[in-house]
Write a protein that binds this ligand. Structure first.
Ligand code: SAH
Ligand code: SF4
Length: 409
């Protein structure tokens, strides 16, 4: 089975691994073994995991069914909450809540909680968008996270504690989390081992207990990662950030296209859909005058014709360092009409403020501070030159992003 092994050294990962493990890193089996090694009955693991995942206890000191010395030992051995230090920011009249989480080594990630009231044909939903890495190595130029560059992979506990944190806030309002999407910071398929560990905990009825159908993982197109998932069977809904069907343009919009071209990405996604029987979601961020032309719509229609697929068209959320803005709505509607004419199910996401893709990726970038005007001007110039070359149909001469070229199959 091919695996993706990032070979770049992540010094800050070493720093975080020197801290005690998160309680969310523990499986029922590993925690039972921890108790047995201390001469305690294995059912103690059940008591601790219930406190961590169900009752929302603030720490082991609240698990009154445990003898006091054991509680103290747990406090020393594990970090109960790896994202305890979090700042919230509300928008959309309280329907969207962004959380900026400070990690144990002082780095930041974000999660976004979105509430969707019941509407015709849809039940009420509370969706959490979570991060899988600090920053991102892929460097898509329209994405605020991409501009931050790559920090490090998150541990499974750091991914899961974003969920526990939100679940506690949601429970306080008498609701529960209904959906989880890996669409925050980072490329989940470049941290796949830990993402799979996290998904297992989310699925596990003894821990979070959320069905696979309620979990979506979005990738920018890491082909070996998609193939590995296909070998594992249906774990969650797979979303692929497509953005363009033509290689010269996708080379610019999603720089790992220089390593795994769009036809390979879609072929891997198709195999995944065929093997699992689960429809693929394709995400297309609509950028005015860049990827929204009739030629692009036709190319996408040809690429996806006959596939078990659903396309989401999402107006680009403006990001300070790009010269780009969202496509006008009539242009997006025209694009959707072309795809539908080819028999491809297509949805337009109108409500930008609440949109998952648009809501994610902004907060941590704000925190990192704005780039200087000179840096912004340089980036804009480069983007204009690159997209002009893409329009002429030239493949990019830019290198594959470092952490991506470091991934081996
Ligand atoms: N790295 C993964 C998952 C995180 S990004 C991926 O790229 O799929 C989640 C989604 O947000 C992606 O579809 C991405 O293209 C979208 N996105 C990023 N920046 C955006 C912006 N400025 N406007 C709209 N969507 C954006
Ligand atoms: Fe990374 Fe996804 Fe942003 Fe691209 S869109 S830079 S892959 S987080």
């Amino acid at each position: 089975m091919p695996t993706v092994v990032p070979t770049i050294i992540q010094p800050s990962l070493a720093a975080i691994l020197a801290l005690p493990p998160g309680i969310s890193d523990e499986t029922p089996e590993s925690l039972a073994a921890w108790f047995v090694a201390r001469g305690e009955p294995s059912f103690r693991a059940r008591q601790v995991l219930d406190a961590a995942w169900r009752t929302g206890a603030a720490g082991p000191e609240e698990i009154t069914t445990l003898p006091a010395p054991l509680r103290e030992e747990l406090v020393r051995a594990f970090r109960w909450d790896t994202v305890a230090d979090s700042v919230l920011q509300l928008s959309d009249g309280g329907a969207t809540e962004k959380a900026l989480h400070r990690l144990g080594d002082g780095q930041f990630v974000e999660s976004v909680l979105m509430h969707f009231p019941a509407s015709a044909g849809h039940r009420e939903r509370t969706t959490l968008c979570i991060s899988s890495q600090v920053g991102c190595a892929v460097g898509c130029p329209f994405c605020a996270t991409g501009e931050l560059g790559f920090g490090r992979d998150l541990l499974a506990s750091e991914i899961l504690d974003q969920v526990r944190h939100a679940a506690r806030r949601v429970a306080a309002r008498g609701r529960r989390l209904t959906n989880i999407v890996f669409m925050g910071m980072g490329e989940p398929l470049l941290n796949l081992d830990r993402v799979l560990e996290a998904v297992e905990a989310l699925n596990d009825p003894r821990r979070f207990g959320l069905g696979a159908r309620h979990i979506t993982v979005s990738t920018s197109g890491v082909v070996p990662g998609i193939r590995r998932l296909t070998g594992l069977g249906p774990q969650f809904t797979l979303a692929v950030s497509l953005h363009a069907a033509r290689d010269p343009l996708r080379d610019v919009l999603v720089p790992l296209n220089r390593r795994w071209p769009v036809a390979e990405v879609v072929a891997a996604a198709r195999e995944h859909a065929d093997a699992t029987g689960r429809r693929i979601t394709y995400e297309v961020t609509m950028i005015g005058g860049v990827n929204d032309t009739d030629v692009d719509a036709q190319a996408m229609a040809e690429l996806l014709r006959g596939d078990l697929a659903h396309v989401n068209l999402i107006p680009m959320n403006p990001v300070a360092h790009t010269p780009w803005t969202a496509s006008p709505m009539p242009v997006i509607e025209r694009f959707a009409t072309s795809l539908r004419a080819a028999g491809i199910e297509t949805t337009i996401r109108h409500n930008r403020g609440q949109e998952i893709g648009a809501a994610c990726g902004q907060l941590a970038a704000d925190h990192a501070g704005a780039p200087t005007p000179a840096v912004v001007a340089h980036r804009r110039e480069r983007l204009v030159a690159q997209s002009a070359a893409a329009l002429r149909g030239e493949r990019s001469r830019e290198p594959v992003p470092a952490a991506v070229s470091g991934a081996r199959e």
